[in-house]
Ligand binder design. Structure first.
Ligand code: GTP
Ligand code: MG
Ligand code: ZN
Length: 354
């Protein structure tokens, strides 16, 4: 039983009265007993699995599945290990838990986490229900872009997943400058250094992810698909081949896909050049910077945005070096991009106190 199934069972049980529950447990136990007697392959399943099975079979016949890929109008849903192409409602993303019937998604279950990016006119859901999002960056080609990491970390925090950073292509040599840039993130989020090519650091990353559904995000060419293949120890994702001058033979990921191998669940996403976060309030920008948010709790004003307010613990921490200047500047940049200060201050309505 996976987490989705447990949640589903709990919800369905809540809708039953005591007698119906008792009856369900009795029927499930008896089913399990016969499965054991006949040495059926379900024999090792817990009694809860049989309960859920009975509930789904009797109530509707819409099984629960996970979306592994999304097209404009269609999606691929994995149900009980089988993949089915289905008509998809708008706004669906890989990782979504759905119910399907007659090759159509009939219900999208509430999302435990989300990952959005800002688009013209709104925001787009990149992934749903992922527990971890790994921001992959690389040395040399393309060069490390630390400000992109900050944007991603803020978006991850917004959607509730756990963030991590992975510096890939370590085999090409990590310059002092890159080591310095990545050091900023140690102590803020888990940081991994890998070479998908040589397998360095891959085991650490694999251990960290465990069976949690995780997504790999980052600039095109940093090696997301290569890291994914290395972690899953199988070539499930198309990864880039070294291109010649014509650029032929390049494999770049064009669509997000959830890959499941041996209990590991990784979502590969297409690389992007620019990543913007759709912030709804300045407080959300603060929340996107873990250490600023933490230290900011000691500011005199509860709504301090750490720009020019007096008795600001964050500005003091930047001065003393316990918050890195790079991160603070990145914060100010995101804040001013999302919420530009009006050039001319609006006059206060007559009579309103300062
Ligand atoms: N030297 C070295 N090259 C790597 C490593 N990982 C990936 N590459 C190379 O980097 C290139 C891009 O790798 P991909 O895995 O396709 O990168 P990606 O991030 O998935 O790219 P998009 O799908 O375009 O977003 C390929 O030529 C890989 O062989 C590594 O650890 N070391
Ligand atoms: Mg790729
Ligand atoms: Zn402050």
């Amino acid at each position: 039983m996976n987490t989705e199934q447990r949640v589903e069972l709990k919800e369905r049980l809540a809708a039953l009265d005591a007698r119906a529950r008792k009856d369900l447990i009795r029927r499930a136990s008896s089913l399990r007993y016969s499965a054991q007697a006949t040495e059926a392959k379900e024999a090792k399943r817990p009694v809860e699995w049989f309960m859920l099975h009975l509930l789904i079979k009797t109530e509707d016949n819409n099984p629960l599945g996970v979306v592994v890929g999304v097209d404009r109008t269609r999606c691929i849903v994995r149900v009980d290990g089988l993949e089915v192409a289905c008509k998809a409602p708008e706004g669906l993303a890989p990782g979504d838990s759905v119910r399907v019937a007659n090759e159509a998604v009939t219900e999208v279950l509430p999302r435990r986490t989300t990952l959005h990016r800002k688009e013209v006119g709104g925001s787009r859901l990149i992934a749903a229900n992922v527990e971890v999002v790994v921001v992959v960056v690389s040395v040399v080609a393309p060069p490390l872009h630390a400000r992109l990491i900050d944007r991603y970390l803020a978006a991850i925090q917004q959607g509730g997943a756990e963030p991590a950073v992975c510096l890939n292509k370590a085999d090409l040599g990590v310059s002092e400058e890159d080591a310095e840039a990545i050091a900023i993130y140690r102590g803020i989020v888990p940081v991994f250094q890998t070479s998908a090519e040589r397998g360095q650091g891959i085991e650490d990353l694999r251990q960290f992810l465990g069976s949690r559904m995780s997504a790999l995000v980052g600039h095109s060419g940093v090696g997301k698909s290569s890291v994914l293949n290395a972690v899953l120890a199988s070539r499930v994702a198309e990864a880039g081949t070294v291109s010649d001058d014509t650029g032929k033979g390049r494999h770049t990921t064009t669509r997000s896909t959830l890959h499941e191998v041996g209990g590991l669940r990784l979502l590969d996403t297409p690389g992007i050049r620019e990543f913007a976060v759709a912030f709804e309030s300045p407080r959300e920008v603060v929340a996107g910077f873990a250490e600023i948010s933490r230290i900011g709790a000691a500011c005199r004003y509860a709504d301090c945005l750490h720009v020019s307010e007096s008795s600001c613990a964050v500005r003091a921490a930047v001065k003393s070096g316990s918050i890195r200047n790079e991160r603070y500047e990145s914060y100010l940049k995101l804040l001013s991009e999302a919420f530009p200060v009006p050039v001319v201050a609006r006059p206060l309505p007559v009579g309103e106190a300062l």
